[in-house]
Design a protein around this ligand. Structure first.
Ligand code: ASP
Length: 316
């Protein structure tokens, strides 16, 4: 049996201690711990990496603190449109959804796409129709309402600005924010199989059916037993141009980089060069984990069967 391990993120960006109250920090830490424990419990009971990442992501989708599922941000039209993906590194089977509405747990719908649609990636109304057919849990619009997200949206809904979660006074191009609340998990189970999952509400005030990197296989989410499993968070448009997750895998496959080296190459060099702020988490098939970001902070945690674990928010 290999070492088993899990890593999670709850978004990266301008997350600074000075902007955080002790109470809110405790809430985030607690939420990360719950998600980590839920995923780790699956691995400890001999479960598959795929089920571990799903369990961790579902936990965060159900928590209003994160920009995924319940806490998803509002679009230009005042709706919640969510993206998610899941991938199994042993088979390269993958499922993804984009722009889905009223789905309680988009990661579960992504898995359903993988298992029962005959396709990999479904979007919009078609994906919602598939969810209804498969009996996926739905929620009314009110379930996705939170005052915090609504106020974020109200502030900019009459402008062309779009915003990457939480509040910040910084402007990047059209964006008026630099925090990314997407959630994700990667895991390696006792059989040395890796898996990744990512889920997001995308960006406040997004329009025209904008889709970010999170649900794109090889960009925000990727898993391959030969190399690693990766889940990203950050400025989606740049992560798409960098083909971020698959790039980490390629550096390991073709250049023999270690997981940590490959993650650093992509996040600290390539993405920095492209001005792509954010980070990613990774695991290899030996159970090693890497949590790398080029932003001020990233909500994150890891736990493995060697008894090592940690939860952190800010940079060093
Ligand atoms: N990467 C996500 C997107 O661009 C945002 C995030 O990570 O919070 O949709």
């Amino acid at each position: 049996m290999t070492k088993f391990s899990i890593a999670i993120h709850g978004g990266a960006g301008t997350i600074l201690k000075k902007d955080m109250t002790p109470e809110l920090e405790a809430e985030y830490r607690n939420a990360l711990k719950q998600a980590l424990d839920a995923g780790y419990a699956v691995l400890e009971n001999g479960g598959a990496a795929l089920n571990a990442v799903k369990a961790a992501v579902v936990m965060m989708e159900d928590n209003v603190l994160f920009n995924a599922g319940k806490g998803s941000v509002f679009t230009k039209k005042g709706l919640n449109e969510m993206d998610a993906a899941i991938m199994d590194g042993s088979t390269l089977n993958a499922g993804a959804v984009a722009g889905v509405r009223n789905i309680r747990n988009p990661v579960e719908l992504a898995e359903e796409v993988m298992l029962h649609s005959g396709h990999v990636f479904l979007s919009g109304k078609g994906a919602n129709d598939f969810a209804i057919k498969q009996g996926i849990k739905l929620e009314p619009d009110e379930y996705f309402y939170s005052e915090y997200r609504y106020d974020q949206w109200r502030e900019i809904r009459d402008s062309d600005l779009y915003k990457l979660d939480h509040k910040s006074d910084k402007l990047i191009g059209l964006m008026k924010d630099k925090k990314f609340g997407t959630v994700g998990a990667v895991a390696c189970d006792g059989n040395g199989t890796v898996a990744a999952a990512t889920s997001t509400g995308g960006m406040t005030n997004k329009r025209y059916g904008r889709i970010g990197d999170s649900p794109m296989i090889g960009v925000g989410t990727y898993a391959n037993n030969k190399t690693c499993a990766i889940s990203c968070t950050g400025h989606g448009e740049i992560f798409i141009k960098a083909v971020a997750a698959y790039d980490v895998s390629c550096l390991m496959e073709y250049k023999n980089f270690s997981l940590q080296q490959a993650c650093e190459e992509v996040v600290l060099k390539k993405l920095v060069h492209l001005q792509g702020e954010g980070g990613l988490i990774g695991v290899d098939a030996k159970g090693n984990t890497a949590l790398v970001f080029n932003s001020a902070g990233m909500y994150r945690g890891f736990k493995n069967s060697d008894g090592e674990n940690g939860i952190a928010i800010y940079g060093n």
